[in-house]
Design a protein around this ligand. Structure first.
Ligand code: PMP
Length: 360
């Protein structure tokens, strides 16, 4: 039975990458040892790191105005690093809130700096919706504007990019990086935990405008200091080398299959299939307004909650793994990141149809 893994993260990786990693697991590049057993400062690893960065730069069209950092600490590490690095005296860090992760970022920020939160959620006819970017009440005085383009738990995605006359734009792209085309120049700092569209957990990526590295910010642990990481080529301390290797393989693979434009097309097709089916059904429903539905995380609910456990159990029996919604919101969630093939969506819809028929 083919198993499709809908986990929100750590999430499935492209099978081609997993197979390659398996083939070279204990003997990488003929060295007779694993890539995880060699020094991060050795020539072969430095070459890997260089190629990995170059590949990501090509995929996302990242200019020389930006540093690309490979760090520890996941998404939450950056929740702390952002205020620590970007704090300014007498200007709040502005946090745009549209779901659970962006609210989490605000709470972390408030430990270190003055914060101002801007809630952009609206609730139209019981549907989750958000204000268009032009209506976000962003204050003039801000040390940075932080927002989360894709709320992994709520399934809410923001497709526009905010602008501010003075403050840098910071985006937590943990669950949508590389899923669709973005213009990196519209941002000043992009960060992401790796464990959805990049590789395994343990690695995170920051893409930061070089001029921002001059900000002094607050006293901070050196491993969360973007300027130190940049100066040390992401090797201030021992980096998560195996995760970095897998990320490099994922980037290489993405380049061979048409890069981000091809992924975007693929992701839009997959999401449309699933949302269309949910909308057409009177057994399942989705609570997110059409204009801000996530391409990556599709929450859905059964009209009869009492069937949730049976649904999940039978889904597993059909090879459909990890569909349980986040404990904060209940229901179901299908995370359909880059690596999820269209066949996975088709198998899910076929099962959902069968289940609905049997329980209507
Ligand atoms: N931001 C977003 C949007 C996320 O989805 C997650 C994790 N799912 C995080 C931050 C936290 O990431 P981590 O667990 O790597 O700290």
């Amino acid at each position: 039975m083919t198993v499709y893994n809908f986990c929100a993260g750590p999430a499935m990786l492209p099978p081609a990458v997993m197979e390659k990693a398996q083939a070279e697991f204990i003997n990488w590049q003929g060295l007779g040892v694993s890539v995880m057993e060699i020094s991060h400062r050795s020539k072969p690893f430095l070459k890997l790191a260089e190629e990995c960065e170059a590949s990501l730069r090509r995929l996302m069209n990242i200019s020389d105005e930006f540093e690309v950092l490979f760090m520890h600490g996941g998404g939450r590490g950056h929740f702390s690093a952002v205020p620590l690095n970007l704090h300014l005296d007498n200007a709040p860090g502005v946090y745009v809130e549209n779901g659970i992760w962006s609210v989490g970022a605000t709470k972390e920020g408030a430990k270190f700096t003055q914060v101002e939160s801007v809630d952009i959620r609206t609730d139209k006819d019981g549907q989750f919706d958000i204000l268009p970017v032009s209506e976000w009440p962003l204050p003039q005085n801000a040390s940075f504007i932080h927002y989360c383009p894709n709320e992994t738990i709520d399934g809410i995605e923001i497709f526009e990019v905010p602008k501010h006359p003075t403050a840098p734009i910071v985006a937590d792209m943990s669950s949508m990086i590389l899923s669709r085309e973005i213009n990196v120049d519209d941002f000043d700092l992009i960060y992401a935990g790796a464990q959805k569209n990049i590789g395994p957990s343990g690695l995170s990526i920051a893409i930061i405008r070089k001029s921002l590295l001059e900000r002094e910010g607050l006293p901070k642990p050196a491993i969360l200091d973007y300027a130190i990481e940049a100066k040390q080529n992401s090797m201030y301390n021992t980096p998560p080398t195996y995760a970095w290797y897998l990320a490099a393989e994922v980037f290489k693979y993405l380049e061979t299959i048409g890069g981000v434009p091809a992924m975007e097309k693929h992701n839009k097709e997959k999401a449309a299939l699933l949302y269309d089916y949910i909308d057409s059904s009177d057994f399942y429903y989705n609570k997110v307004a059409e204009s801000c539905r996530s391409l990556m995380n599709v929450p859905f609910w059964l009209k009869d909650d009492a069937l949730n456990d049976t649904f999940l159990q039978q889904a597993e029996e059909h090879g459909l793994m990890a569909l349980e919604g986040h404990r904060f919101v209940g229901g179901m969630r299908a995370s359909i990141y880059n690596a999820m093939p269209k066949e996975g969506i088709e198998a899910l819809i076929a099962f959902m149809k069968k289940f609905a028929k049997e329980h209507s």
